[in-house]
Each structure stands twice: as C-alpha cells, then as structure tokens.
Design a protein around this ligand. Structure first.
Ligand code: AHR
Length: 604
C-alpha cells in the first residue's frame, strides 16, 4: 500500500485530544495512585469493621465509636493490654492486600489518645516471613485529654514480595490492664513531586510518561452516588484528611476521599494536564433531584466554584488558601453530570443542565461546559453554542473498527468529547481482564477516526485508568499493579495511548493512498516540518506500506506488535513498543505492519 502525505495544512487538531478519565474504582485511588498505603485507615464508610487490622502480641483490638478522632473520623482503634503484660504489644495494618516495601524512605503518622509516655515502635514486617524491613522508634507523651498526631520518617530495605504489614507497638508493661486509642493511621512511600498527601511516585510517573493532555475526574458513576446523599461531595474532600469522613462509593468499597478536589488539581498541574472537572448534576442511582428541588444543589455548585476560583476575600476562596492553595485554580472545562441519559435521567436533564449551565455561565462565561451525553432527546433544545457533548463508548473490537468514520459527518458546529472509551469484549474472557493486541488495535483505529476529525472531537479519554490486581470491579484498565515491588504492568492499550498521545501534530494533513481503509488504517498530522503518521493493521495478513513525505529525511518508527490475542498480564510482559531509527534519501519510508500491529512514524 502506498501512502503519500500532503505537506499542505488541513484542519487544526485539538491540542487536548488525548486524555484519561479517573474515578475511584478498582482501588485506583485508595490503595492505588494516592500514596497512602494503609487500608481502612480511618474506618471510613460503614462496612469494613476491622478489615486490614490485626493485634500484635497479647493486645486485643476493637473498633471504638465512643472515641472519635474528629467530627468526621468517627471511630478509633482501641488497643487493650492484658494484666501482667511485659512485652511490646500493639496492632498491624495489612494495607491493600499487603504493604509494598521498597528500599526507600517512608513517612508514617497516627493519632493517639490515652496515658502513655515512652516509645512507640513502627515497623514494616513480612507477614509470614517475619523479616523486619524497617524499624523505627519515636517518643510520645500522650494523655487522655484528646487525640494528638505523631509523625515519623524512616528508611526501609527492599522486600521481595508484597506480603508485608505495618506494625505499631508500644511498651505493654506501661499500659497493662488498660488501653490506648489510635486513629487515622497513614503510611506514605515517596510521593510524586513530593506533594503533601500526594500521589505514589512510581504509579504517577508511569502515568506521566503517556503524555496525556487532560484528566477527567472524579467520575464516572462514582460521582453520582448510589443514593443522593452518597454522591461525591466536593466539600467533604478538602482540607485536613482527618476532617474528611469518606463515603460509601458506587464501586463497592468505602472511599477515604484523601484524594480530594485539591489533590486532583495538584495532580493536573504537576503533570501538565488540563483539568476537566465533573459536577454532580442531580442524578444518583437511587433517585433524581430536579426542578426547584435542585436549587440548593446549584447553590452548592456556586460554592464549589467560589472555592476553586474566588479570591481570598471570599469565604470559600479564603478556605482554599487555608488549605494550601492561595492562587485560584485554573479550570477551563466543566462537565455537568455523568451519563445523564441513563438510569432514568433523560427527561429531567434539560432542566438540570439549564439550571447548572446558567449558574456557571453567568459568572464564568469563559469556561467551556460539557453536557454529559450526546442523546439530543436528553439535551436542552437548542443546546447553547459552544457546549461540548460527551459520548462514552465501551465496545468489542469489530464494533470499534466499524466506528472509524463515526465523526466524519459530525456537524462542524457541534463539538464532541469522548469522555470514556475502551475496548471491552465481554463475550471473550481474554478481553474481560487484560487488553490484547486485537482490542488495542481496534482502539487505535477508533482513535485515528477521532484524530482525523480532531477539529471537532476536542477531547477523548481512555477509561478506566488503573487497577490494583485482585481488587477490581471493572476491567480492562490502562495499567495495573499490586503490593509486590516491580508488579506494575502496562496493558497493550497503555502503549497505544502512549504512542498516540505523545505523537500528535497540531494540524491534520491529507493522505493520498493506493487503497481504501481496511484492514490497514492510517492518519497523519504535522507540526511545522515534523510529521506523525499513525498506522494500524486490523487483519490477519502482513501489510507492506510505503509512506512518502517529501522533504523529510529521518526520524523514528514506534511499533507495537503481537499476535491477535496476545497481551500483557499481571507480572507477565509480552508486548511492548519498540523504537527504531529511520532514514530516507527521498522522503519515502517502508514499514512492515504485522497482523494487529499499531505504529507511529515520526519524521522531519
Ligand atoms: O468506566 C466505568 C464506568 O463506565 C463509568 O463509571 C461510567 O461513567 C461508565 O458507564
């Protein structure tokens, strides 16, 4: 197949096109990219009980609701010490299926109440092996007047596996026949950009490498709530973590909300991603609030916006500054709801959208607003000019490929966002758990369809982002990990996203070809004299492609190739992108595309 790439500019390509959607699901945040490693650390939500806790030594532990750590953290852990105890005793936390122990520096903190003057010992210990990887003493002076927070920093040696736990023990002889209370425990490994209450450095750095341009957050279903009252509430996710109650989420485990509104925005800023903030729009799984009943919730949105954008003379702007961010946040895109055409939301969405749109647009006319669906029967008519409509697509491979031309005839005055997409072949076990070459190739082809139309497709977010192996409700995801050092595994889709997000020009250019699309697909963009040609072979036969780009001479070829059902699995890397240098005397490049391969040629 011969492709000839035009040097003449075509349509502008959205600089934000490739992004990622994040919501707390599959322990992507708690026990995931948020750095804190101990599970159930403040007894958030109402179902976990003593999950992840165990006594150490002769101590007896229980959840104590009569000694709350704060108004929000309404339980602590009571540690009773039997009469005649002489040893160190205390409790363990086993983290999220283990505590990852690296050759690294950890920070740990806890709140404590009860009379105790002396040494507290913190350890990182192999659960079965008993190997001590870190051992640190600190001195405390605790009384029963109130809870006091203590913090320590210590080093650890590397553990070979993730089967480790965090121990807090104290001199039992000083407390024999009595008890102490502990609450809101935390353990952080090195944090990305060293942010307080920040992200895990390893998982965040791995994400940063993709080169995503925007982050859509905080959901997804998880913003909606199973009930109105368990929706994601912005003001419960800000300030000191000990003042965040957490919530029962939509994805079957309590959220700590330690990864809250400000943390998301620091994340965006540190990774140079544009934030796309989703707001609760009145729809939960358990009911819908609309009409005049929505007014208090619209007022709450105005407060949220004052918190984000108000100067420090406003009540909420002042609160933001107290929480560590003096300068207003910069948010240019806000989405009104999530999938409001579903679960009974369609009829009331036009009214709900209009109320929220007006509240935002009147005060912040420069913010681009996003409607949470593309079903015109569920949208206001007319839709205000400039509003982007958000489509979500989880499809099997053939269906994705069939949607290559989905946006070719999209009216050029109606911008679109694909706020969630990913190949999800629920009829094929191979696709249910980890993405594989055929599926990722189909995503690449769908992405090329978007890229060709990226004058009007403004943003596209792969979803979901991250899974903690063994703690999942939805798969596949972009990448995964567990507590074992080195377990971090990218999917084949991770590589496709990386190839596409980090290789895109600002202008779409025409490609003349000797054949029609299928099974080979292509698209080309350029910035100045640098060209990016993307290729995908959705077929069982090798394709030899000759690409001509006049006045170019060298660059690189990035190639992702593997057999149809081949993919990476936890701990098992099989497929990854390979880079080769390319040179040409006359601007013509030969590329051999294996079945199911995805490639990008970057030359200038
Ligand atoms: O990404 C998983 C879920 O799919 C999201 O929470 C929801 O928006 C969509 O239906």
């Amino acid at each position: 197949i011969e492709l000839s790439v035009s040097r003449e500019g075509g349509n502008k390509s959205s600089p934000l096109l490739y992004g990622i959607m994040f919501e707390e699901m599959d322990h992507s945040g708690d026990g995931g990219i948020h750095g804190q490693l101990l599970q159930n650390n403040g007894f958030q939500g109402d179902s976990l009980g003593l999950t992840a806790y165990a006594p150490v030594g002769a101590a007896v532990i229980s959840q104590d609701k009569s000694h709350p750590v704060s108004d929000s953290i309404t339980s602590s852990l009571s540690v009773s010490v039997p009469e005649n105890t002489t040893d160190y005793v205390g409790f363990a936390n086993t983290g999220y299926n283990g505590v990852p122990v690296l050759n690294s520096t950890y920070t740990s903190s806890f709140w404590m109440m009860g009379y105790y003057s002396g040494t507290i010992n913190l350890q990182l210990v192999g659960t079965n092996s008993g190997i001590v990887y870190a051992d640190h003493n600190l001195t405390v002076e605790s009384t029963d007047a109130n809870f006091t927070q203590y913090e320590a920093t210590f080093n650890s040696t590397l553990s070979a596996d993730g089967d480790n736990e965090w121990h807090l023990t104290f001199d039992g002889s000083k407390v024999a026949g009595s008890s102490l209370n502990f609450g809101y425990i935390e353990l952080f490994p090195p944090k990305y950009q060293d942010r307080e209450n920040g992200l895990r450095e390893d998982l965040a750095t791995f994400l940063e490498k993709v080169g995503f341009k925007f982050l859509r957050f905080p959901g997804g279903n998880n913003i909606e709530g199973l009930e109105v009252d368990s929706r994601w509430k912005w003001n419960m996710t800000i300030g000191p973590v000990v003042d965040r109650p957490g919530r029962n989420s939509d994805w079957f485990y309590p959220n700590t909300d330690a990864l809250g509104l400000d943390e998301y925005l620091w994340w965006c800023e540190d990774m140079n991603m544009t934030p796309l903030l989703a707001l609760w729009s009145g729809k939960s799984y358990g009911g819908i609030v609309s009409g005049s009943d929505l007014h208090p919730f619209v007022d709450d949105i105005k407060n949220e916006l004052e918190y984000l954008f108000g100067n420090t003379s406003t009540d909420f702007g002042k609160l933001r500054a107290q929480n560590g961010r003096e300068e207003p946040w910069k948010i240019d895109y806000i989405e009104i709801g999530n999938e409001d055409d579903l679960t009974g939301g369609c009829d009331t969405y036009p009214d709900r959208f209009n109320q929220i749109y007006k509240a935002i647009h009147d005060e912040y006319p420069n913010i681009t607003l996003v409607a949470s669906n593309g079903d015109y029967s569920c949208l206001p008519s007319p839709l205000p000019t400039g509003v982007i409509i958000d489509l979500h697509l989880y499809r099997n491979p053939d269906d994705f490929v069939a949607l290559f031309d989905q946006f070719d005839n999209q009216p050029r005055d109606q911008p679109v966002m694909v706020g969630e997409y990913g190949c999800r072949n629920t009829s094929n076990a191979k696709g249910t758990y980890w993405s594989y070459m055929q599926g990722s190739c189909s995503e690449a082809i769908y992405m090329m369809g978007m890229e060709r139309n990226s004058d009007i497709v403004t943003m596209a977010a792969y979803a979901p982002m991250l899974e903690h192996f063994g703690l999942i409700a939805w798969s596949p995801t972009l990448y995964g990990f567990n507590s074992t050092p080195g377990s971090l595994t990218p999917s084949t889709s991770y590589y496709v996203q990386k190839m596409f997000a980090s290789n895109k020009g600002d202008t779409v250019v025409q490609v003349n070809s000797s054949a029609d699309f299928g099974p080979l697909y292509w698209t080309a963009t350029k910035t100045g004299s640098r060209y990016y040609v993307k290729l995908a072979n959705y077929g069982t036969k090798e394709q030899n492609v000759s690409i001509s780009i006049l006045e170019t001479s060298s660059g690189r070829l990035e190639m992702l190739s593997g057999s149809q059902f081949q993919g990476n699995q936890p701990y098992q890397m099989e497929v990854e992108t390979e880079h080769t240098e390319v040179h040409s005397e006359n601007g013509t490049y030969s590329v051999k595309m294996d079945p199911w391969a995805v490639a990008v040629l970057v030359v200038s």
